[in-house]
Design a protein around this ligand. Structure first.
Ligand SMILES: Cc1cc2nc3c(=O)[nH]c(=O)nc-3n(C[C@H](O)[C@H](O)[C@H](O)COP(=O)(O)OP(=O)(O)OC[C@H]3O[C@@H](n4cnc5c(N)ncnc54)[C@H](O)[C@@H]3O)c2cc1C
Length: 292
């Protein structure tokens, strides 16, 4: 386990945005978790869904790098910090269903389970058998049907704890078919999402058959921005593209603005899909960019 004091979290953010945190632990092995019992912590996987909206924060942050894949007779056990791309490659080589599409999501297993991530009708929880979860006091095992999975949601959202590992069913499939499927999905995803720029994926959740990207397209919001380093993608209007050296208020103010635009147009506050970590004590901070 590596431990740092008063360090910037930006290098662990997918969009390279974030302030100074008081304590940061990088965990590669779950045996290291008990030393953190009783601490109030926040977990970061690949940080591809998190906006760190502070210039400094007193919280303890855990970066989950507990990455492994172990195969048993009836299931495959995977560490919470394992990248989805690594799992996808393993499942393809071995000829198992379940990750040929999700593998293009730039996250790690724990974060994907919290978000119940899915891609072109393949969902992370579909072939999940059970997972092991550290609830701040002890490790418990939860079966798939105990995790309350639904569209971009799970029991783990908003509660303190850490997904340590998960077991998945082994469903055999021809590796060539998996490869073909993967290639097709990769091309589809490249056409429909801005994959080669910094972003946090979809900004808002679609609700009641309303598509946020379609609404913003119709309102001519493609390319719209309030500040120089964050604007709506030209490829997908529910994605915000972020430029290097972005300061977090440029993103949070754009999200707030869009929230109001969508409310005025449809009469619904669309849930924000991006996970926003604000300063723990809730204090309002100086927004001046010099304080970055
Ligand atoms: C270009 C792009 C494309 C995307 N495409 C898709 C897509 O097609 N489908 C989709 O569903 N999403 C998509 N996303 C969103 C995002 O990549 C997924 O939600 C991903 O699964 C998040 O994983 P992560 O490891 O980055 O999680 P993080 O962003 O690090 O964390 C997300 C949440 O999970 C929690 N968390 C992380 N690890 C653990 C753990 N071990 N235990 C407990 N809690 C944990 C965090 O505290 C946070 O609340 C996309 C994002 C980008 C940037």
């Amino acid at each position: 386990m590596k431990h740092y004091h008063n360090i910037s979290i930006a290098p662990f953010s997918y969009i390279k945005v974030g302030g100074i945190v008081k304590d940061l632990y990088i965990i590669e092995n779950e045996e290291e978790i008990p030393t953190l019992y009783k601490r109030d912590f926040r977990i970061v996987g690949n940080g591809s869904k998190i906006l760190f909206a502070f210039t400094n924060d007193e919280s303890t942050y855990i970066i989950d790098r507990n990455s492994y894949i172990k195969e048993y007779a009836n299931f495959i056990e995977i560490g919470g910090g394992t990248p989805l791309s690594t799992i996808g490659q393993y499942f393809e080589n071995k000829g198992y269903l379940g990750f040929s599409r999700i593998r293009f999501i730039p996250g790690r297993l724990g974060g994907a389970l919290v978000q119940n991530a899915s891609c072109f009708n393949e969902c992370i929880s579909d072939l999940l058998v059970s997972l092991r979860y550290f609830n701040g006091e002890k490790i418990i095992e939860l079966r798939q049907n105990e995790c309350q999975f639904s569209y971009r949601d799970s029991i783990f959202k908003g509660i303190k704890g850490m997904i340590l590992s998960s077991k998945f069913k082994k469903v055999p499939c021809n590796p060539l078919l998996l490869k073909k499927d993967s290639e097709f999905i990769r091309k589809q995803k490249e056409k429909s999402q801005p994959l080669h720029v910094l972003s946090l994926g979809s900004t808002f959740q679609n609700v009641q058959n309303y598509s946020v990207s379609k609404i913003l397209d119709e309102l001519n919001f493609k390319g719209f921005g309030l500040f120089p380093h964050a604007h709506i993608s030209l490829v997908h209007s529910n994605f915000i593209e972020i430029k290097k050296s972005c300061f977090y208020p440029e993103i949070s103010l754009l999200i707030n603005h869009l929230n109001i635009v969508l409310y005025k147009e449809i009469g619904i506050f669309f849930p924000i899909e991006i996970v926003i970590f604000r300063r723990k004590d809730g204090r309002i901070q100086d927004f001046s960019p010099q304080k970055k």
